[in-house]
Write a protein that binds this ligand. Structure first.
Ligand SMILES: [Zn+2]
Length: 201
C-alpha cells in the first residue's frame, strides 16, 4: 500500500549543462510540487500507513527549506557562490545540480533518513519512502526511487542549508541531529512522534 503527501514551494535555480539556454544560463524560478509516496510493512493503530499529520514537522521543514530559496549546485564558480551567500539569505548548497531529477533524489534521500531517525509511537510498521515526484511545471515531473540513489555517493553533510533557513525550522538543530544520528550508526533517535492514547487497538 502507498500513501502520497503533496508539498509545494517556490524555488530558484540554474541547471548548468542542460540543453535549454534559458535553463542553463539564467537564474530563474518554478512553482514546484513535491509528491512523497510512503509505504509500510503494516498499518498503524489508526489503520494508516503513516498519519499525514506526522509529515508536517521535520519532513515539511526540509521541503519548505527550498521555498523562496536559491538551490545552488556546489560546482558553481566560487565568485558566484560568494555573491549568492552575501546577497541572498535563503540558499541551499547541493552536491547535485538542482534539476527536477536531483530534487527528487535529494528529497527521497533526506526524508528516508528522517524516517529512520524517528521513533514511531502508534504501532507503525517499517515506514519508508517508495518514491518522490518533483513537478517543475504543470506538464513535467521527475520521479526518484530508492534504487536511483546508487547513481551517486550521497551524504547528508553534502547538503548545506543557510542560517536564514535553519532559523525558521521548528528545531533549528534538526539537520545537525539528523547528521549526528546517522554518522553515529544508531543511538537514541532524535525525532519522536507523539504518544497516542489508543482505546480500540
Ligand atoms: Zn528551471
Amino acid at each position: 500500500m502507498i500513501i502520497r503527501k503533496k508539498f509545494k514551494f517556490e524555488g530558484a535555480h540554474i541547471v548548468r549543462d542542460c540543453s535549454s539556454d534559458r535553463c542553463k544560463k539564467s537564474l530563474h524560478g518554478h512553482s514546484y510540487v513535491v509528491e512523497v509516496f510512503l509505504t509500510s510493512t503494516k498499518l498503524d493503530f489508526g489503520q494508516m500507513v503513516y498519519d499525514f499529520g506526522l509529515t508536517k514537522g521535520t519532513i515539511r521543514d526540509v521541503v519548505d527549506s527550498f521555498d523562496h530559496a536559491y538551490a545552488m549546485w556546489n560546482k558553481e564558480k566560487p565568485d558566484f557562490k560568494t555573491f549568492i551567500k552575501s546577497n541572498s539569505d535563503r540558499y541551499v548548497e547541493m552536491p547535485l545540480s538542482p534539476s527536477a531529477e536531483c530534487f527528487a533524489l535529494t528529497f527521497l534521500f533526506v526524508i528516508d533518513k528522517i524516517l529512520k531517525a524517528t521513533t514511531f509511537n502508534n504501532g507503525e510498521g517499517e515506514v519508508s519512502v517508495k518514491s518522490v515526484r518533483v513537478h517543475e511545471t504543470d506538464t513535467g515531473y521527475a520521479e526518484a526511487f530508492q534504487e536511483d540513489l546508487q547513481w551517486f555517493d550521497y551524504n547528508l553533510t553534502d547538503i548545506v542549508f543557510s542560517d536564514a533557513i535553519k532559523i525558521e525550522w521548528k528545531d533549528p538543530e534538526m539537520y545537525e541531529k539528523l547528521i549526528s544520528y546517522h554518522s553515529n550508526n544508531g543511538g537514541d533517535k532524535p525525532f519522536i512522534n507523539p504518544i497516542v492514547a489508543t482505546k480500540y487497538s
